[in-house]
Design a protein around this ligand. Structure first.
Ligand code: GLU
Length: 286
């Protein structure tokens, strides 16, 4: 039965893949892991070669910028401005690195930076949707991040798990893959509780499940913990998008999952026609 559910993944045509900062860096130094980036880009290009539409949601702007400025911590009198300055430096560097590797595979990539307003404002949302649609037509891979240089709390989405679910909704994707430093969903934090049980498939996002993630704080880099992943699952499910959380230790899980292999936790979609994405995004964090 569970294997059959995985077969679903083989037919996915439009896929959003999210990779977190901790998956792109060497834990010892915080510097970019070029080997992983290379495998990631190769996987994405190969999905394009299979005729699929692909979007990459990538973080790393702030940490790459901080590294470029040789800051250990985000130091300065105005921490928000420092963070935004680091994001401005880092986003450009990050894209430069991606562009170089994509070029090796003759693949054109584009950058889209978003805030809450991209979804909430009707004209912005319409424009963003048109841009994505055109990029797909052109065979380009959009690379998305939050516009951290201008997004403060009021207009920020805050974490890239949620952002990726929003992007998947916006482009009407049929699958969302969240690659992280955990194997999938457990009944409790496996790093703290050895009794925690691994969950292969989530057929329904119950309140009990949603509450389970509340305590989770995530890794030292990136803003996502299990809570933000469950929030992403909620958006994806309501919008009719199947989602998988898997470990990014081996980036090749991307094609294995899309080949229907039983890897990571699969969250089955339940389209809710009443779910209003712009309204939901507007009310987030309030
Ligand atoms: N947008 C942030 C960055 O690029 C990261 C947010 C996250 O890790 O969820 O640094």
């Amino acid at each position: 039965m569970k294997e059959q559910l995985r077969e679903l993944m083989k037919d996915k045509k439009r896929i959003v893949i999210k990779i977190g900062s901790s998956s792109l860096q060497h834990p010892e130094t915080g510097d970019l892991d070029y080997t992983k980036l290379d495998v990631l880009v190769r996987e994405l290009c190969d999905l394009r070669n299979r005729g699929k539409d692909v979007v990459l949601v990538t973080s790393g702007a702030i940490s790459v910028g901080r590294k470029a400025m040789m800051m250990k911590e985000l130091e300065g009198d105005n921490p928000i401005a420092v963070k935004q300055a680091c994001a401005a430096v880092g986003q450009a560097r990050l894209m430069m690195t991606y562009q170089k590797i994509f070029a090796e595979y003759n693949q054109v990539a584009a950058q889209i930076l978003m805030t809450k307003n991209t979804i909430v404002d009707n004209l912005n949302r319409f424009n963003a949707q048109n841009t994505f649609a055109e990029l797909f037509k052109l065979g380009v891979i959009p690379i998305v991040n939050e516009n951290d240089t201008i997004a403060t709390y009021e207009i920020g989405i805050g974490d890239n798990d949620t952002l990726s679910a929003i992007v998947a909704s916006l482009v009407e994707a049929d699958a969302l893959l969240l690659l992280s430093d955990i194997d999938g969903l457990y009944t409790d934090d496996p790093r703290q509780n050895p009794e925690a049980k691994y969950i292969e498939v989530v057929e329904e996002l119950t309140d009990e499940l949603m509450n389970m993630g509340k305590e989770s704080t995530g890794s030292a880099v990136g803003t996502g913990g299990m809570n933000t992943k469950l929030q992403a699952a909620k958006i994806a499910s309501n919008m009719g998008i199947d989602m998988v959380i898997a470990n990014s230790q081996d980036i090749k899980v991307i094609h294995r999952i899309l080949d229907g292999r039983n890897i990571g936790t699969l969250f089955l979609a339940h389209r809710n026609e009443k779910f209003d994405l712009p309204l939901y995004v507007q009310q987030m964090h309030k």
